[in-house]
Design a protein around this ligand. Structure first.
Ligand code: CDP
Length: 234
């Protein structure tokens, strides 16, 4: 038996993860954050590169993808259920903070462009749904590649300045004009890398509902997606 999938895709800091988590809670589903797995594999890659004395640079120049994935398997990179979502673990340690460090964020797009890494992560996501779990999954290619059969697909967007200000607020950083402009530049660089890669680029599925959240607050965007889900009988 396969579970039900609500797919939420969109660019960096469009509010996918926090929205997906709350939508999952309201529907009684689990929230699966595919980005957490991409970040987790990037953390593994950076650690292996550091052990090899190649810290700081491009981890893919120091370690091949098969070695990274073997380490992820052997040392148990995983998402473990916690209420309505999952927490990331590696080598038995919680890594939710570590996978959101600036260092990981700066390298994650490059690591995500490697086909075998995407296949490994997609396999994990699909296995959870095959096991019968009802999920809200957020990412870049969930509605296009990972679960193209999902009945409800949402593509979340927001103006770049809004996304930058929200991300800084989420990090507890000051959001003056210069900081917002700098963050918007970092987000734009990641969006550019994620949208132009040849494999599974960030793209809106033809049958996705596009939701621009620039003028919506958090409760409104959650309510909007929950209403779409309810209208499909979830
Ligand atoms: O939270 P934020 O939008 O900043 O990013 P994320 O969802 O944690 O994803 C981090 C990175 O993982 C993205 O910039 C993509 O490079 C990659 N990713 C991907 O390629 N495909 C996915 N389904 C999810 C994330």
């Amino acid at each position: 038996m396969s579970g039900t999938v609500v797919a939420i895709d969109g660019p960096a800091a469009s509010g996918k993860s926090s929205t997906a988590r709350k939508v999952a809670e309201e529907l009684g589903f689990q929230h699966l954050d595919s980005g957490a797995l991409y970040r987790g594999v990037t953390l593994v890659a950076l650690e292996l590169a550091r052990v090899r004395g190649a810290g700081g640079g491009d981890p893919l120049a120091a370690v091949d993808p098969e070695t990274i994935l073997r380490s992820a398997e052997d040392r148990g990179l995983m998402l473990q259920p916690d209420g309505h979502g999952f927490s990331a673990y590696y080598a038995g340690e919680p890594v939710d903070d570590a996978i959101r460090s600036d260092q990981v964020t700066a390298r994650v797009s490059a690591v995500s462009a490697v086909p075998v890494i995407r296949e490994w992560i997609n396999g994990r996501l699909r296995a959870m749904v095959r096991a019968g779990m009802d999920v809200v999954v957020d990412g870049r290619d969930i509605g296009t590649v990972v679960f193209p059969e999902a009945e409800l697909k949402v593509f979340l967007t927001a103006a770049p300045q809004t996304r930058a200000a929200r991300r800084l607020a989420q990090q507890g950083s000051s959001a003056d004009r210069v900081a917002v402009a700098e963050e918007a530049e970092r987000l734009a660089a990641r969006d550019q890398a994620d949208s132009t890669r040849s494999i599974a680029p960030l793209a809106r599925a033809a049958d996705a509902v596009e939701l621009d959240t620039t003028e919506l607050d958090f409760q409104e965007q959650v309510a909007c997606i929950v209403a779409l889900a309810r209208s499909r009988g979830y």
